[in-house]
Design a protein around this ligand. Structure first.
Ligand SMILES: [Mg+2]
Length: 366
């Protein structure tokens, strides 16, 4: 734990727009270049030693209400008011930020940057500052976005399989019959693969069950089915959850503590997808993850389309939670060139966090 009081010296926020290798297409939208904000929080200890922590606020409209200009404005305003603020510990970060920003994408990046700075000053990895004793490797899936051409998805899957990936998160939810054709093509191209389906709120319960029944009849190994129905359609989600032989995971239907209560009382999901952006940062994700698990729910850890900065913050939360059921922290692999380096060693799907202070991530030079 950090020893002594840490003071926020200043906060800088800049656009973080990183092109993707290929457009990322889901049922609710499309991304060609990320629309994020990079937060740099400079903090100092009692001995006037200064470090700068990094955080990413990743907008993905319409999945997030916020877009890049909203984030830049909100973080600049909140950050400007934070200069000189003293933090006695991690709990203070939550208290100080809650007074200035609602839970959401802006707060997520600002909080991550401050926590990274505190952990760097304390000389410990962020997961350890958050209460995680050790960092076993994380194994992530890799996402296949929706394409009109099933063979294109199959070819992408083969490329990822050659890099060692065995678990594919397949985006579905636009047209269940077309999705079945894509799944069939992918499964034929990567025999033995495991699948996580994500409809991004695109189906009715009947469509979702038709897709799932077909995929299972085709012999696919499906690990879970994420957000089959609209965010507010808890009845539909509950119907799929009751009839599906695989766990239903709530993502768009899970944006905070109140949603967790609603999901539980509606029996609308067997698991929830934790993301820093929608929950408001590492501390909320950690607290809600612990609560969801105590309620018997399983956990997925996901991200928007984020660089290493955002993914690392989530990976540290996952590690502090002692692992989760489904790790989906792959989007840095989808970027044409991640502008950040360090933080983890990745070999195919295997991610090993470095035993270095904070997130241990830096901007590439040159
Ligand atoms: Mg999702």
């Amino acid at each position: 734990m950090p020893s002594g009081v840490v003071t926020i010296v200043g906060v800088r926020v800049t656009p973080l727009s990183v092109p993707l290798r290929e457009p990322f297409v889901i049922a609710s939208g499309r991304v060609d270049t990320t629309r994020a904000a990079l937060v740099e929080a400079t903090v100092e200890d009692a001995g006037a030693r200064r470090v700068t922590g990094l955080g990413e606020s990743a907008a993905l409209p319409p999945v997030t209400r916020e877009d890049q200009p909203d984030l830049l404005a909100a973080i600049a305003a909140a950050g400007g008011a934070l200069g000189g603020t003293a933090l006695a510990g991690v709990e203070d970060v939550d208290r100080v930020l809650a007074a200035r920003l609602p839970p959401g994408v802006a707060r997520a990046g600002l909080e991550a940057a401050i926590l990274d700075g505190m952990a760097r000053l304390a000389g410990v990895p962020l997961y350890r500052m958050l209460g995680g004793p050790a960092a076993p490797p994380l194994i992530t899936d890799i996402t296949l976005s929706i394409s009109e051409d099933p063979q294109r998805m199959a070819a992408a899957a083969v490329g990822h399989a050659q890099a060692g990936f065995t678990c594919f998160k397949v985006k579905v939810g636009r047209d269940w019959r077309a999705d079945c054709a894509s799944l069939r093509a992918v499964a034929a191209a990567v025999p033995g693969a495991r699948f996580r389906l994500d409809a991004n709120a695109g189906f009715t319960a009947a469509e979702a069950l038709s897709l799932l029944d077909t995929a299972l009849a085709d012999g696919l190994t499906v690990e879970c089915f994420e957000q089959p129905c609209a965010a507010g359609d808890l009845r539909g989600m509950a119907e799929v959850a009751a009839r599906a032989p695989v766990p239903v995971v709530a993502d768009e239907s899970f944006r905070g503590a109140a949603d967790l209560d609603r999901l539980l009382s509606a029996r609308a999901a067997a698991g929830v997808n934790l993301k820093l952006t929608k929950l408001g940062g590492p501390l909320a994700a950690l607290a809600l993850g612990r609560r969801a698990r105590a309620e018997g729910l399983r956990l997925m850890a996901g991200a928007m389309v984020e660089t290493k900065v955002g993914l690392l913050a989530m990976a540290h939360v996952v590690t502090a939670l002692g692992g989760v059921d489904w790790v989906d922290l792959d989007t840095a692999f989808l970027l044409a060139d991640d502008p950040f380096t360090g933080g983890w060693e990745a070999e195919g799907p295997r991610i090993r966090l470095l035993d270095q202070p904070g997130l241990a991530v830096t901007r590439k030079t040159g």
